[in-house]
Design a protein around this ligand. Structure first.
Ligand code: ADP
Length: 237
């Protein structure tokens, strides 16, 4: 199992200071996601989920602890190095925020590929085919439907065939049918060996995950599955 671990977070702490006020957003969070595994992270609003995702993606720096991808430390490095490592190894899906509005879907994918500064393993057009958007390559984000936007965002996150895919509420704004499409695409990615982590409130996303961890007040309570799933179902009705 240890050899299969792709993403590791060890004892992550994150403090925010605003004047006199200090918030402990993360208080020693550790987790691992293996090759081909889908992990769901659940927890109430304010429990630290977004902070955790940002630290895992190298978009934010933990105050303590470390993040590794395939054994390579991504935390505690200059921003430019973190950006380079992220571009090469980590796909980040941030709801609809993955797309630049003035660029076509295909150019958005190509931009993400340029950030990795190597020859992409998959062409933009091929990626668009994988998310069933081949016909919409030249469309601007505002010309897409909600479901198409979600798939386009996913294509951008997958632009560099990442070993890790981090998704922040990937189905939060979608109808049931589109949610299924996105979850199936995420599961397909895991089946191809990607380590997938989904921050979610969706009972359906929790259902398809292999494992669930719960955040509460910046700490994990990784007791898991059946009761978490029931609770998520109750919470989302
Ligand atoms: P979640 O994603 O689970 O809603 P967050 O990670 O957004 O939780 O927030 C965790 C805690 O950290 C909250 O108490 C929040 O108010 C605080 N927090 C998040 N970002 C900042 C920030 N930039 N400055 C100060 N406090 C923050």
């Amino acid at each position: 199992m240890a050899d299969d671990t792709v993403l590791t977070a060890r004892e992550l702490y994150r403090f925010y200071r605003a004047g006199e006020e200090e918030t402990l957003a993360l208080r020693g969070v550790s987790l691992r996601v293996g090759r081909g595994e889908t992990l769901a992270v659940v927890g109430p609003s304010g429990s630290g989920k977004s902070t955790l995702l940002a630290c895992l993606a190298g978009l934010d720096e933990p105050s303590g602890g470390e993040v590794r991808v395939n054994g390579v430390r991504i935390s505690h490095r200059p921003e430019t190095e973190r950006a380079r490592l992220r571009a090469r190894h980590i796909g980040v899906l941030l709801q609809t925020r993955n797309l630049l509005p003035h660029m076509s879907v295909r150019d958005n994918i190509r931009l993400a590929q340029r950030a990795a500064a190597g020859k992409p393993a998959v062409s933009a057009q091929e990626l668009l085919g994988q998310v069933d958007l081949a016909e919409r390559a030249h469309a601007l984000p505002r010309q897409l439907s909600g479901g198409e936007l979600a798939r386009a965002g996913l294509a951008v996150a997958l632009a560099n065939s990442p070993e890790v895919l981090l998704a922040d509420e990937p189905t939060g704004e979608l109808d049931g049918e589109t949610e299924q499409v996105i979850l199936t695409l995420l599961r397909d990615r895991a089946a191809q060996g990607c380590a997938v982590l989904i921050v979610t409130h969706s009972a359906e996303a929790v259902r398809v995950a292999d494992r669930v961890i719960r955040l509460a007040d910046g700490r994990t309570d990784s007791a898991p599955t059946t009761s978490d799933r029931q609770e998520a179902r109750d919470a989302t009705g």
